[in-house]
Design a protein around this ligand. Structure first.
Ligand SMILES: [Zn+2]
Length: 250
């Protein structure tokens, strides 16, 4: 028998997450009481980097604590492998953006704005605390400038039209295609190799014609991106790492 893992649990309060302390690990968790759930269950949410605990209505904190303690090994194993080391983007950081090194530079200015100069993202603001927010806008803008022409080009190739392109901070997906021909992409694809971002674009554009994942859909993707399988494999294997990029809290 293995020795029990010491556990300390702080339950979530109003909007704050709860925490589970196991040895030197601290895992955030959310708790939901469900009327129609019959038993306690655990789920690791990788993109939000937290544990979800679901409990039947009226389950006491004592019962929940006991349950989590009984699952300690499972929690440790799954949470440790799900947790990412954050990669902080800050003034001076150089990062590969679609295969090209780019640097982030903060400039103090009287107003908040951003622009590109060669391969530099210039982030300006009167307050350095605003760096993260503005840098994220700059990246979203960069993603838009990448995905818009590519979506239009791919759509044209298959006789379709992308009516609008949007960039979002998705938690667990890379892109979407809506019935009204709006294509949405995750700005985090900028941190992936360019062929991966192109594949996601080909994938969403193919949905303009085929709203499914059947054979005809994949044939269309292949027409737009003959090497799509390698990119799809890259995303499956490494996609999670794109969520490790973050900004220092202001
Ligand atoms: Zn799809």
């Amino acid at each position: 028998m293995t020795s029990p893992i010491l556990i300390d649990i702080k339950f979530p309060q109003s909007t704050a997450l709860g925490t589970i302390i196991m040895g030197e690990h601290i895992f955030p968790f959310v708790l939901s009481h469900r009327k129609n759930s019959r038993r306690l269950s655990l789920r690791v949410n990788v993109s939000h980097q937290r544990l979800h605990v679901t409990a039947p209505w009226h389950t006491s904190q004592k019962t929940i604590t006991k349950f989590i303690a009984s699952q300690a090994e499972w929690v440790l194993k799954h949470m440790s492998s799900a947790f990412l080391n954050p990669y902080y983007i800050n003034d001076g950081t150089t990062l590969s953006i679609l295969d090209e090194p780019h640097q982030f530079v903060f400039c103090e200015d009287t107003r908040s704005h951003f622009y590109m100069k060669n391969k530099e993202f210039i982030i300006s603001s009167p307050h350095k605390e605003n760096f993260g927010g503005i840098a994220q806008q700059a990246l979203k803008n960069h993603a838009y400038n990448f995905f818009l022409p590519m979506s239009q080009k791919f759509a044209h190739q298959i006789g379709q039209e992308a009516l609008q392109v949007k960039i979002k901070d998705y938690k667990s997906r890379w892109g979407t295609c809506s019935k009204d021909k709006v294509l949405t992409y995750s700005w985090r694809l900028l941190f992936a190799p360019q062929h991966v971002a192109s594949y996601v674009c080909a994938h969403e554009v193919a949905h303009l014609q085929e709203m499914n994942h059947q054979k005809s859909f994949w044939l269309l993707v292949k027409e737009l991106d003959p090497d799509y399988k390698a990119s799809r494999g890259w995303l499956k294997k490494n996609g999670r790492s794109l969520f490790s990029y973050t900004f220092l809290p202001s």
